[in-house]
Structures are given as structure tokens and as C-alpha cells.
Design a protein around this ligand. Sequence first.
Ligand code: 3PG
Length: 212
Amino acid sequence: MNGIFERIRNAGIVPVVVIEDASAAADLSDALCEGGLPAAEVTFRTAAAAEAISIMKQRHPEMLIGAGTVLNGVQVDRAMQAGAEFIVSPGINPNTVRHCQQNEITVIPGTQTPSDMELAVELGLDTVKFFPAELSGGIAMIKACAEPFTGLSFMPSGGINASNAADYLAYDRIIAVGGSWMVKKDLISAGSFDTIRKLAGEAAQLVKDIRG
Ligand code: 3PG
């Protein structure tokens, strides 16, 4: 397992961040780190993503920071220049995957079906995102797919929250779950960093409770 995957597994839960204004990035990274969950997947759904990654990484070099919703090679390069350590995409685009592989960048593309997973294996990957997890059959679907794809590990996200994360974390073929429940857009824009710190702490505790 490469070092990034090991760090993702250690985090257990990766907060999926949608940040509209990069000026909130410093406080957000403080809240996650103080809560005991020093990790984030900052999504390229907003124009502030690259700047937010850069601010968070400079403030907390120990934080594990990936870029999410990355749809092409240009965004991969912007994310990496900003300080991202891994790339996540909602679907599996061979061009994006190959661009990452050629540049030795850890990439976790999204899969939803066995065909997506077969493509991932053909591209030489051993870890995929499973998205949108709850709408696509949840943990039962992951377990069913894990049977034939004996070498694949999964990072599910989409509809996972404090009440169902444990079901996913208990399965050893899941390296981590992604979710926005502790970093909801409205919490960030309202400056509710105390709440984010508390929810991050509860998420970190959940990982400890399930995985020890
Ligand atoms: C993702 O891109 O992984 C999802 O948007 C996160 O899903 P959630 O907001 O339902 O947690």
C-alpha cells in the first residue's frame, strides 16, 4: 500500500469539503485538526478549491489533503500545485487516471458498477471510490462487488453520515469513508467552526470505536 493510502486508511473518515470562500479555509482546517480529524477532500466544485487547499496545507502541513470532483488533467495539475496529495473523481475517466499515473499521483476514481470496477482493474488500480454510495446499494452492494474484485478496496461516499458510517467502517475492504456531514456548506459559510470541531471529534471517535 502506498503511503497516501495508508494515511487515508488511518484517517478512516475523510471530510468532503465544498468551500465557497477560501477565507474560511484556515478556520476550517483548525477545526478539523483540533477535532482530531486532520484530513479533507476539497472538491473542485467551487472556484475557491485550489486556494483553500493551499491555505490549509500551509497552515497544517501534517493534514492529509486531497482534491475531489476532479474531472480532467488540468484540474489535477491545479490541485497538485496547490498542495493536494491525492485526487478523487466522481466517475472513472481513463484520461484523468492515466494523467495521474504518468505523474505518479495517487488517484481514486469513482465507480458505481462492476463495469466501472473492471475498468479500474484494467487501468492498474487497486482502490476506487464508490459513489453515490447509499443510492447505489450501500454496504451490501460493496460487499457483493468485493467478491469478484478480490484485489479492490473501496472509499465510499454519498449519503454516508454519523448514523450509517459504522456499517461501512466495519468492513475491512473499505479503506475510509468520505462524507460532508461534519463540514456541511452552511456550517462553513455561517462560521460555525465550533460545531465542525465537535462533529469532527465525534467522527474521529467513531473510527476509533469501530477500528480500535
Ligand atoms: C462526494 O463527492 O463524495 C459527495 O458529494 C459526498 O457526499 P455527501 O455530501 O452525501 O456526504
